[in-house]
Design a protein around this ligand. Structure first.
Ligand code: NAP
Ligand code: ZN
Ligand code: ZN
Length: 351
């Protein structure tokens, strides 16, 4: 084992603070990564505050990781010391169940190992994520970042990017399709960029009047203030697909009413409270209400390569590690433009 530093919370009512812990020594298939940048996902905040009531403490979040390879195990051929490498939301899965065999590790039947907040199969205790100096990950779960992308701005692709890319692909966003994105946060702004690059007609729904111009700049063909009933009604029964990336309780029946016959509203945002659905919202026009969880490893690499080809990264605001609680406070006010990324060079060397 070797000693790492990071920022972790000891309990749901405590702030993140410097934390020292151990990572495993690399096995034959492991890649040791010195973390350069880590994006800040709203799931990090839900987790450290135990909003989903499943948090293992101490909780050390972060699953939008870009770094430099420091060492590799003897069986690793895809990476060598000095290479750039990325890690997203998963670090392992069973690899044998039907979902894993189809490349859908996020739906692994016994359960994938999350980059943070999963039982650590090697060391015991919880897995610790990317708000840290290093991470040790099996080569099969390490991604490559296209060389033309800015490394800090590419970090959010590892969760916000794949979580929107996967449902857009699954429900076939593209030319001739009208696609809505709800909420211009980390996920939503990637959804707008990706759906636009796929060739769909894109409509952004936001509660923030201050984000209208940004929505258009990021690639939306139209932006609707969801607080304006007339503007909402103008889009009634017209969408093939809406991807809802809102982190808080809100009325999804208002969005189901905008879906045309056989279209789909897919929920990727994960508020801690149930979202009531009127049966008439789905009976009428035979609508589908679905969910989607991140994306598989092969699809994550496909998304990164797509972003490389189209020059897509996140719009980021870089922060130092000690400003994480301020970033969370702004996230709760929907004041993020549009992803915080932690510069890991600011991590204290020893806690
Ligand atoms: P974020 O950056 O905080 O963005 C959320 C956005 O939702 C806000 O910017 C805001 O956009 C909108 N919003 C917030 N409160 C609202 C309210 N009360 N009513 C209506 N709209 C509201 O969060 P994120 O990192 O993108 O994550 C979004 C959600 O997705 C979180 O719940 C997260 O846990 C979840 N998530 C799910 C997956 C998955 O695999 N399914 C993966 C990653 C994250 P406007 O200002 O434009 O209204
Ligand atoms: Zn995430
Ligand atoms: Zn599996």
């Amino acid at each position: 084992m070797f000693t790492c530093t990071g920022y972790a919370a000891e309990a749901a009512d405590q702030e993140l603070a410097p934390f020292t812990f151990q990572r495993r020594d690399p096995g034959p298939k492991d890649v040791v990564i010195e973390i350069l940048y880590c994006g800040v996902c709203h799931s990090d905040l839900h987790t450290v505050r135990n909003e989903w009531q499943n948090t293992l403490f101490p909780s050390l979040p972060g699953h939008e990781i870009v770094g430099r390879v420091q060492a590799v195990g003897t069986d690793v051929t895809r990476f060598k010391a000095g290479d750039i490498a990325a890690v997203g939301c998963m670090v392992d899965s069973c690899r044998t169940c039907p979902s894993c065999r189809e490349g859908l590790e996020q739906y692994c039947e016994p359960g994938f190992t999350g980059t943070y907040n999963s039982p650590d199969k090697v060391l015991g205790g919880p897995t610790f994520g990317g708000y840290s100096s290093h991470i040790v990950v099996d080569d099969a779960f390490v991604l490559k970042v296209p060389a033309n992308l800015d490394l800090a701005a590419a970090a959010p692709l590892l969760c916000a990017g794949i979580t929107t890319y996967s449902p857009l692909r699954h429900w076939k966003a593209g030319p001739g399709k009208k696609v809505g994105i709800v909420g211009l946060g980390g996920l939503g702004h990637m959804g707008v960029k990706l759906a636009h690059a796929m060739g769909a007609e894109v409509v952004l729904f936001t509660t923030s009047a201050s984000k209208v111009d940004d929505g258009l700049r990021l690639g939306a063909d139209a932006v609707v203030l969801s607080t304006d009933p007339a503007a909402m009604a103008a889009h009634a029964e017209s969408f093939d697909l809406i991807v809802d990336a809102v982190a808080a309780p809100h009325d999804i029946n208002a969005y189901l009413a905008l879906i045309k016959r056989d279209g789909t509203l897919v929920q990727v945002g994960a508020p801690d409270k149930p979202l009531p659905v009127s049966v008439f919202s789905v009976i009428w026009r035979r609508r589908n209400f679905a969910g989607s969880l991140i994306g598989g490893i092969a699809e994550t690499q496909e998304m990164l390569d797509f972003c490389g080809e189209h020059g897509i990264t996140a719009d980021i605001e870089m922060i130092s590690m000690d400003k994480i609680e301020d970033a969370y406070a702004r996230m709760l006010k929907s004041d993020v433009k549009y992803r915080f990324v932690i510069d890991m060079a600011t991590l204290p060397k020893a806690a």
